[in-house]
Design a protein around this ligand. Structure first.
Ligand code: NAP
Length: 363
């Protein structure tokens, strides 16, 4: 197949490109040329800015894509431009979305209010009723966060009468090259041989669907190359949404950390560890539809995924670290003050009923 990728040199996109080329497809990436990735030489590059997408129409027509994969449609305008540009040029558009479209996310991030939704959520679960979840963090209307809204992106892609679409709702993605370095806050403490890692009670039992980047890329490649995905929306992610406590334990096991995870109430947390979220709202996505329709399954186990991610983190540590995020004196003091070191089974959830967990021996 001829596949045109908008983006394709970023964290997730570069893995998708390598997967598609490995599967024998003809791939072109459209990007500005600011971000480079180690891509196979067979990949063609079309240099340009997506804000000016229609100016590249003749190059796109020449490439004749069967499918256009949009790796980063962030705004309604982004998606509208893509649909407009590729009507009559491509056979289908696959848009990468996010699980932040769900109402559960809106409530978790305190962007909107209400009781917890059913978990895990399927693709039919309620979406947020309020739009533009990151607008408050934008400095000015030209900032990406101002108009970011995947709900509107999805609407554009799925409502076109001439050009069919597919939507992929991604989870928290981790792996080598992760610009958000999702493991770092724990890994650094483990590398520093910290005897304790503090976790807030609510956070310890909070579940979040994750996906290892190579597996997520394989799921995206499947949705691009399999026509059965036409007209469908899919949650993508690991089958099991681990609690944060289970996740930190797994990281600890990967690096043979011998310290203890201490679960304490919010009011006892040092200020630098207090997060603004409502942990009552889990973000666990049901991924059975993509497994059933497209026979998706992970080829890299969670254990191996963590090993690869840790190896990358160690080989390429961040250039800058904010010292106030690692105020160990405050953590030691909070630990010493937490006299009652047990929480109830109901609060902790399942077998994680005690407040202290050995990073090395619990699994
Ligand atoms: N990471 C997560 O945990 C997570 C979770 C949920 C959803 N997602 C979704 O995953 C996607 C991100 O994928 P990714 O990690 O591969 O992307 P990325 O790392 O953000 O890379 C962005 C790509 O787009 C290109 N690009 C940026 N601005 C451009 C412009 N104006 N015109 C043309 N090209 C431009 C970049 O190349 P140039 O700089 O060379 O232009 C690069 O190839 C997003 O849709 C995001 O919402 C991610």
């Amino acid at each position: 197949m001829h596949i045109l990728i908008i983006g394709g040199t970023g964290f997730i996109g570069s893995w998708v490109v390598r997967q598609l080329i490995g599967d024998g497809h003809v791939v072109a990436v459209f990007h500005r040329g600011h971000t480079t990735a180690d891509l196979p030489p067979a990949v063609s590059h079309i240099d340009g800015d997506r804000n000016n997408l229609s100016a590249f129409a003749s190059g796109f027509t020449q490439f004749a894509p069967d499918v256009v994969l949009d790796m980063f449609p962030y705004t309604e305008r982004d998606a509208a431009l893509v649909m407009q540009t590729f009507r009559g040029v491509a056979g289908r558009v696959v848009a990468v979305s996010s699980m932040d479209v769900y109402r559960a996310y809106g409530r978790f991030s305190r962007f909107e209010e209400g009781p917890p939704d059913l978990q895990p959520f399927t693709e039919e679960a309620p979406l947020r009723s309020k739009l533009y979840p990151y607008r408050a963090s934008a400095q000015q209307p030209s900032d990406l966060a101002y108009n970011y809204e995947k709900i509107l992106v999805e609407k554009e892609v799925m409502s076109d009468t001439e050009l069919p679409g597919t939507v992929l709702r991604l989870p928290q993605v981790y792996g080598p090259g992760d610009p958000q370095r999702r493991l770092f806050e724990f890994l650094k403490r483990m590398s520093d041989a910290r005897p304790i890692i503090l976790l807030e009670e609510g956070r310890a039992q909070w579940r979040w669907t994750r996906g290892y980047v190579e597996n997520v890329a394989a799921a995206i490649a499947l949705a691009v190359t399999n026509d059965r995905a036409t007209g469908h929306t899919y949650n993508v992610g690991e089958k099991e949404a681990f609690t944060e406590l289970e996740w930190v334990e797994r990281i600890g096991k990967t690096v043979s950390w011998t310290g203890t995870i201490k679960v304490i109430p919010r009011f006892m947390l040092p200020a630098h560890l207090v997060l603004p979220y409502d942990w009552a709202h889990h973000l666990a996505g049901d991924t059975s539809r993509i497994r059933r329709d497209l026979a998706y399954e992970e080829s890299v186990s969670v254990e191996e995924a963590l090993r690869r991610t840790v190896a990358w983190e160690r080989a390429q540590p961040p250039k800058q670290i904010e010292p106030s995020h690692f105020d160990y004196a405050a953590e030691d003091s909070a630990c010493a003050k937490s006299q009652d070191n047990r929480i109830t089974g109901a609060n902790a959830g399942g077998r994680h009923s005690a407040s202290q967990h050995s990073g090395q021996t619990d699994k």
